[in-house]
Design a protein around this ligand. Structure first.
Ligand code: NAD
Length: 432
C-alpha cells in the first residue's frame, strides 16, 4: 500500500463523513433566504471562482517517487485578494476545500478586512513523512501552484498540520520563482511566517486569542466573567492549546481535552504542563495528571464552555445531545452540522459561530500582510489591541443582526457577511 492509501485508511474508523460543502451551502441558503439576498448575487456567492487541483511528483528520502495531490480553491475576491489557510491532512479533498474557502469569504467580510476567501491543502498524513520530505512536498506544491498564488492575489496561511516553517518554505520557493527585482516586495505572499522571515508577533496565538476575546464578550453580556468557569477543548494544536492557555490565564479551568489519539479528564488540567507533554509525546494521551476517557465521556463532560478546535462536523446529531455546557465557542471551521446546530438550540446551548469566533487568525494575517507591504513591524500590544477592536466590532455586528432578524447566531453572522458582499456587488455591477 502506498503511503497515501495508508493515510486515507488512517481516518478515524466509524466517523461518518458528512458532505462539509453541503453543510456550508445549507447555512448559506438559510441566511440568504432570511435576508432575501438578491438571487443573482446568491448564485454568484454560492459557487467558487477558481478550483485548482495539482498532481505533482516528489522524491522521497529512499529515492522513490510519490505523486501527491494538492488543492487550492478560490471562492471570492470581490472584497480583496483571496485569502485562506493550507492544510496537510488525509481527508483533504475538493468539497472540503470548497467549504473552507467559502467560510473564509464570510469571515473576512464579518470582521471587515479587505480579503476574499480561499483554502487549500495536500492530501497526506504528515506523520508518515520526514521533515526533509515535507519540505520537498511543500516546495513542489508551491511550484505547481505557481502564479495561482501571489501577494496581491491569493495569500495562503497555516492551518491543520501546517506551521510557520511550512510558510517559510512556501515564501522561499515563491520568491525564487520571482524576478530578482520583485522579490523584496513580495514577502506578503504568505502570512503566519516565522517572525524572523517577516511574520507578525502574536500571529501564532491570534486565532486562540480571538476565541478568548469572543468568549469574554459573551460572558460580559451576561454580567459574568471567566473566573471560576470550566471548559473543555477538542484539538490541542495551535488553536486549542492557545485558547486553553489564554482561558486559564483569565481564571478558567480546563477539565477535559481530546485530540486525534484520545481524550483525558481531570478536575483541573494545567494547559501549560499539558502542552509540554504534547510537545514531547505528540498527544494529550498519557498525560499523568489526568485520566483517560472515551470520546462519548469527553463530549458529556460537564463544563461552562466547549471549544471545538479540531476538524469539521464534530457536533453532529449524535454528539450534540451529549453536550452539557452553556456555550460552544467554535475555534475550528465547520465543527457543527446543521442537525447539530438545531439540537444545540433546542437544548439552550449558545454558539459563537466559527466565521466570527476563529476570525482572529485572518485578522492578524491581515496585519502581517500590511506590515510586510509597509516594511513595518508592530509591537504585540498594538497587534492585540487592533485584533480585539476588529473582532469585537464583528461580534457587535453579528449581535445586531441577531436581534434585527431574530435568528440564531450562525445565521446572523452569515447575514452580516452577505449584506456586505451584496452591497459591493450592487455598487460595482457585473461586467460587462
Ligand atoms: P493543528 O494541526 O495545530 O491542530 C489540530 C488538532 O486537532 C490536533 O491536536 C489534532 O490531534 C486534533 N484532531 C485532529 N483530528 C481530530 C479528531 N478526529 N478528534 C479530535 N481531535 C482531532 O490545527 P489548528 O491550526 O489548531 O486548526 C484547528 C482548527 O481550527 C481547524 O478547523 C482549522 O481550520 C481552524 N482554524 C485554524 C486557524 C489557525 O490560525 N491555525 C485559524 C482559523 C481556524
Amino acid at each position: 500500500m502506498t503511503r497515501r492509501a495508508e493515510s486515507v485508511v488512517l481516518e478515524r474508523a466509524g466517523t461518518p463523513r458528512q458532505s462539509v460543502y453541503e453543510m456550508c451551502r445549507t447555512q448559506f441558503r438559510h441566511a440568504a433566504d432570511v435576508m432575501r439576498l438578491d438571487s443573482a448575487i446568491a448564485r454568484i456567492l454560492e459557487s467558487t471562482t477558481n478550483e485548482i487541483i495539482v498532481h505533482f511528483p516528489v522524491q522521497m528520502d529512499d529515492g522513490r517517487i510519490e505523486v501527491l495531490t494538492g488543492y487550492r480553491v478560490q471562492h471570492n475576491n470581490v472584497l480583496g485578494p483571496f485569502k485562506g489557510g493550507l492544510r496537510f491532512h488525509p481527508s483533504v479533498e475538493l468539497d472540503e476545500v470548497r467549504a473552507l474557502a467559502t467560510w473564509m469569504t464570510w469571515k473576512s467580510a464579518i470582521v471587515d478586512i479587505p480579503f476574499g476567501g480561499a483554502k487549500g491543502g495536500i492530501q497526506l498524513e504528515p506523520s508518515f513523512y520526514s521533515r526533509r520530505e515535507l519540505e520537498r512536498i511543500t516546495r513542489r506544491f508551491t511550484f505547481a501552484l505557481n502564479g495561482n498564488i501571489g501577494p496581491e492575489y491569493d495569500i495562503p496561511a497555516p492551518d491543520v498540520n501546517t506551521s510557520p516553517q511550512v510558510m517559510a518554505w512556501i515564501l522561499d520557493t515563491f520568491l525564487t520563482m520571482m524576478p530578482p527585482l520583485e522579490r523584496n516586495r513580495s514577502l506578503h505572499v504568505v502570512t503566519g511566517k516565522p517572525i524572523e522571515a517577516g511574520g507578525c508577533v502574536g500571529r501564532d496565538k491570534a486565532t486562540g486569542q480571538g476565541v478568548v476575546y469572543c468568549i469574554e464578550r459573551w460572558m460580559k453580556e451576561r454580567s459574568s466573567s471567566l473566573l471560576g468557569k470550566t471548559f473543555t477543548v477538542q484539538g490541542f494544536g495551535n488553536v486549542g492549546s492557545w485558547t486553553a492557555r489564554l482561558l486559564q490565564e483569565l481564571g478558567a479551568t480546563l477539565v477535559a481535552v481530546e485530540d486525534v489519539a484520545g481524550a483525558i479528564a481531570a478536575d483541573g488540567i494545567d494547559a501549560n504542563a499539558l502542552l509540554s507533554h504534547v510537545r514531547a509525546s505528540g498527544s494529550v494521551v498519557g498525560y499523568e495528571q489526568a485520566v483517560p476517557i472515551t470520546h462519548e465521556e469527553f463530549l458529556a463532560t460537564e463544563a461552562n464552555i466547549f471549544v471545538p478546535a479540531a476538524l469539521e462536523a464534530q457536533i453532529t446529531e449524535e454528539a450534540a445531545p451529549l453536550l452539557s455546557v452553556d456555550l460552544v465557542a467554535e475555534g475550528a471551521n465547520g465543527p457543527t452540522t446543521p442537525e447539530g446546530d438545531r439540537l444545540l438550540q433546542d437544548h439552550g446551548i449558545d454558539v459563537i459561530p466559527d466565521i466570527l469566533c476563529n476570525a482572529g487568525g485572518v485578522v492578524v494575517s491581515y496585519f502581517e500582510w500590511l506590515q510586510n507591504k509597509r516594511s513595518e513591524s508592530w509591537e504585540l500590544e498594538e497587534v492585540d489591541r487592533k485584533l480585539r477592536c476588529k473582532l469585537l466590532a464583528g461580534y457587535d455586528r453579528v449581535e445586531e443582526a441577531r436581534r434585527e432578524y431574530d435568528v440564531d447566531p450562525r445565521t446572523a453572522a452569515h447575514i452580516v457577511a452577505l449584506k456586505r458582499l451584496e452591497a459591493v456587488y450592487e455598487q460595482r455591477g457585473i461586467f460587462p
